[in-house]
Design a protein around this ligand. Structure first.
Ligand code: ADP
Ligand code: MG
Length: 683
């Protein structure tokens, strides 16, 4: 049976080379792909009305036989095709203007389904600009049924796909089960066989709902099983590092923290400490909104590994951030005998070699750096803890590469992009999760305003006043994203405009991705020191930058950003004692855009914003490029199917600890998600 599922689609009758190419574009290569090419929606032909019940002015759907076809020239250049359709209750005229080809597609005696706006003309019922479909014998049998509507393309029509699926389902009488029997029973799911048939050709809405539930469960369950297997393989048989209870050094560093940790910080610190003290490798995701204070937690964890005689590494996505973290960490650890280095991309060859030697010999205790950390020649003597900050900027691969520089080190990934629960469970399903929800005390809420372009002069006047009071400001340029060159150009123009205009008395700086490393560093350090008051920037400032005196941010073309991204940007301000302001400039009068931006005015809760973003822009947008390496969801809806996801996860966690069940799902995973999970299953 399974051989047949893996059979190439070309082996089917009616699928030649043109068709198979077009099917490939829909990701249909095998029969299995075809039957899991689930409908995007359905047409409910059970709502078809009898002609006698047509109401003029309404949009209605009818079905009947073609009785007559006429073509006429009303006047020059205006051709009319009139088709009379009848059912057992009456007749209706379908009318098309200037579409003579319609005539070729229709012929007397054929059955047709048509949807259009009903009118009365000359005492007769008529429909204009009709959407229709000619039914062949087989399809006429789907009358009064729910008909699948698939993703298609120019070559592959709905009708063709329906027939192909129908034919295949007619040929296979048995589809092998992908969910263990016990799980099916526990969650009262219908069989795969039944579900696949009913997802394509359901008899009624109830059957369809059951089929969908089963297939959504299947999809989420299998992915969860894969993730759970990954987690187990990481943990069992591979004993990690067992850190000892906190001792003098950890305690002394803790006592030197200039503030009291928040309740949430204490809680996540306990979770991390607990993980580190077990002999299983830690695999933990630390989520905390911008400014929630993750760096101090990371520092304490690094100190703990150093106290135990191991090295710690902190990897961040940008040089700016690396430098900032390096500063924070060295400041706190100043009185202690801990050797912290910044493995920067701008080191001279000689210095870099020296540093790499010291890392290798174990002289270095803590390394902070960018991707530079995962380069091949960087070797550690004994790495005990690996931390990646702003995880969403790295792929799973990069995280793994750093991990592999040691023997089962503890792993902590940190992210400021609040990830909705559905996403953490799917995308980060192999990690345990810690969350910091509250911000440190004393933060004044940022005041956020949306303003149309006509208010631009007043806005910049306000910025100028704030700068005169001693504050600093960011101006963020609209994201164009056609190319970095264009973004850079736009930023440069804006910078020139502001610098020579209203801010001509003010020290202005410009930072964008095309700037050389040296220039970037210079601008940023001038902004830190306060020498630069107004910083014009592209999104390069998005991640992690901390200048507490900067209390105002103008975001130009705000409608071009996602909410999560706006939230990240806004997180650069509101970090000090002053009231902060964020102004979202937009030229868009679009109501949807306005509503989206309004969420920014209303809330500063990153989780709410992330959920909104996910709803509005979909998961793909949310993650930017898909780096996480998990299968695309074919049927489950990441927002709508949370309940099923939770059940599927529960079932998966039970499955993978049962030897027989585990073996079963491993076989299924190899078949269904070969690419994604083959590595974890074969080794
Ligand atoms: P993020 O979670 O965005 O990385 P940071 O670690 O950069 O946040 O912290 C933001 C700021 O808040 C830093 O200046 C840090 O010193 C400060 N901070 C962190 N925790 C506390 C706390 N419990 N009380 C007061 N300030 C804190
Ligand atoms: Mg941070």
């Amino acid at each position: 049976m399974e051989m047949l599922l893996n059979q190439k689609i070309q082996t089917l009758k009616g699928v030649g080379s043109a068709k198979s190419l077009a099917l490939a574009k829909l990701n249909i290569f095998t029969i299995n792909d075809l039957i899991t090419h689930y409908p995007r929606r359905y047409e409910d032909r059970s709502v078809i009305k009898k002609i006698t019940n047509m109401v003029a002015g309404n949009l209605e759907t009818i079905s009947g036989a073609i009785i007559n076809i006429t073509e006429s020239n009303i006047r020059r250049g205006l051709k009319l095709v009139k088709v009379t359709v009848g059912d057992e209750t009456g007749f209706i005229q379908l009318v098309w203007f200037n579409q003579p080809f319609i005539k070729k597609q229709l012929s007397i005696g054929k059955k047709i389904i048509a949807t259009g706006k009903v009118s009365y003309s000359y005492g007769q019922l008529a429909m204009n600009n009709v959407e229709y479909e000619v039914l062949d014998e087989q399809e006429a049998n789907h009358r009064n049924k729910i008909v699948p509507v698939y993703a298609t393309n120019e070559v592959i029509t709905q009708k063709f796909l329906r027939q192909l699926v129908n034919e295949v389902l007619g040929r296979f009488l048995f589809l092998e089960e992908t969910i263990p029997k016990g799980v099916l029973e526990e969650y009262q799911l219908i069989s795969r066989e039944q579900a696949i048939r009913n997802i394509h050709f359901p008899d009624n809405n109830n059957d369809l709902a059951k089929a969908r539930e089963r297939l959504v469960f299947e999809e989420l369950y299998l992915i969860q099983c894969g993730l759970a297997i990954m987690k187990i393989k990481n943990k069992t048989g591979n004993l990690g590092i067992k850190h000892l209870l906190n001792s003098t050094l950890s305690k002394a560093v803790y006592d030197r923290i200039p503030f009291e940790l928040t309740k949430d910080q204490k809680q996540v610190l306990r979770e991390i400490t607990f993980d580190m003290e077990r002999n299983l490798p830690m695999q933990r995701l630390l989520q905390g909104d911008v400014g929630s204070g993750k760096t101090i937690i990371a520092t304490l964890a690094l100190v703990k590994t150093v106290e135990n005689g191991y090295q710690g590494a902190l990897m961040v996505p940008t040089e700016i951030l690396a430098e900032q973290h390096y500063q924070t960490i060295t400041n706190l650890l100043l009185p202690f005998d801990i050797n912290v280095v910044l493995l920067s991309g701008k080191l001279t060859k000689k210095n870099r070699e020296k540093m790499i030697e010291e890392i290798k010999s174990g002289e270095v205790n803590i390394v902070v750096g960018t991707h530079a950390l995962i380069q091949e020649d960087v070797e550690f003597k004994s790495i005990g803890l690996v931390i990646t900050d702003e995880q969403h900027r790295f792929g799973v691969q990069q995280r793994t590469l750093l991990q592999e520089k040691g023997h089962m080190p503890d792993v902590l990934v940190m992210t400021a992009t609040p990830i909705p629960r559905t996403m953490t469970l799917t995308v980060y399903g192999d990690l345990d999760i810690s969350v910091i929800k509250e911000l440190p005390p004393g933060r004044k809420p940022i005041r956020t305003f949306i303003r149309q372009l006509d208010k631009r002069p007043q806005i910049y006047q306000f910025v100028l006043e704030q700068i005169k009071k001693g504050r600093q400001a960011y101006v963020v340029c609209p994201l164009i994203e056609v190319s970095e060159n264009i973004d850079t150009q736009a930023a440069t123009e804006l910078f020139e405009e502001l610098k020579t205009g209203i801010f001509k008395e003010v020290a202005c700086g410009l930072i964008h991705g095309k700037l050389g490393k040296k220039d970037k560093e210079k601008v940023m350090s001038d902004f830190y020191s306060g020498a630069v008051k107004l910083l014009v920037a592209t999104t390069v400032i998005e991640v992690g930058v901390n200048v507490p005196n900067a209390s105002i941010m103008v975001i130009e073309g705000a409608e071009r950003f996602g909410l999560a991204q706006l939230h990240q940007l806004r997180g650069r301000i509101g970090r000090g004692e002053y009231q902060s302001y964020c102004i979202l400039l937009t030229e868009s009068k679009n109501q949807n855009t306005k509503e989206r931006l309004l969420v920014m005015e209303k809330t500063q809760d990153g989780f709410i914003l992330a959920e909104e973003d996910l709803k509005l822009r979909g998961p793909g947008q949310f993650f930017g490029s898909r780096q996480h390496g998990l299968p695309d969801l074919k049927i489950a809806d990441i927002l709508g199917d949370l309940d099923i996801l939770l059940q599927a996860r529960k079932a998966a966690l039970k499955t993978v600890v049962d030897k027989n069940l585990l073996q079963f799902v491993e076989q299924v995973l190899l078949l269904q998600y070969h690419e994604h999970f083959k590595d974890i299953i074969n080794n």
